[in-house]
Write a protein that binds this ligand. Structure first.
Ligand code: AMP
Length: 191
């Protein structure tokens, strides 16, 4: 299996690049943000609690998000690999993911860290707000999400550097330019 962690701050292009990877490599996309938004859309009481946290720009607890991820993985079936988009967001989640994958006899193949200037991130997120209308894409919540990213999520970079899975990707330029940087690494991996 090729298991990819697509990583970066909000607005770095994780979802967009995931789509490009899926088109070419047929991996299964698991976006924890999308799973959470689906729970909210279901109108459940759990969804209401999740929405309150997301709209503050905070993180869902490691326990709850891991439960949601595990359920998704249990229904995976036969796939050539998985793209983890938006998970792990804490070092604890990175350790949990390694344990879950080890139980299946597999592992993270590579972690792509999409590097984008903060000013550009805010610009992209505000543009996305106009198109998609996500309730957490307002300037105040964006600022909070970036703070949380630096404090809790950025340390995940060192975790993957230590395990030798880390690949920094220049996240500036066109969608295709960014994808070709990712694709070069994936081509080497799938040989
Ligand atoms: P995303 O669509 O990946 O930008 O996620 C939107 C929001 O969902 C985040 O700002 C968090 O509040 C929550 N979320 C998504 N994935 C996780 C995760 N792995 N751990 C904690 N919270 C998460």
């Amino acid at each position: 299996m090729i298991n990819v962690v697509i990583f970066g701050p909000p607005g770095a292009g994780k979802g967009t690049q995931s789509k490009k990877i899926i088109e070419k490599y047929g991996l299964k996309h698991i976006s924890t943000g999308e799973l959470l938004r689906a729970e909210i859309a279901s109108g459940s009481e759990l969804g209401e609690r999740i929405k309150a946290i997301i709209d503050k720009g905070k993180l869902i607890s490691d326990e709850l998000i891991t439960d949601i991820l595990t359920k998704e993985l249990e229904n995976l079936g036969n796939v050539p690999g998985v793209i983890f988009d938006g998970y792990p967001r804490t070092v604890n989640q990175a350790e949990i993911l390694d344990r879950i994958l080890a139980e299946w006899g597999t592992e993270v193949s590579v972690m792509f860290d999409l590097e984008v200037e903060e000013e550009e991130l805010v610009k992209r997120l505000l543009k996305r707000a106009e198109i998609m209308g996500r309730s957490d894409d307002t300037i105040d919540v964006i600022k909070k999400r970036l703070q949380v990213y630096h404090k809790k999520t950025e340390p995940v970079i060192d975790y993957y550097k230590e395990t030798g899975k880390y690949k920094e990707i220049d996240g500036s330029g066109t969608i295709d330019e960014i994808f070709s940087r990712i694709d070069k690494v994936l081509q080497d991996l799938s040989q």
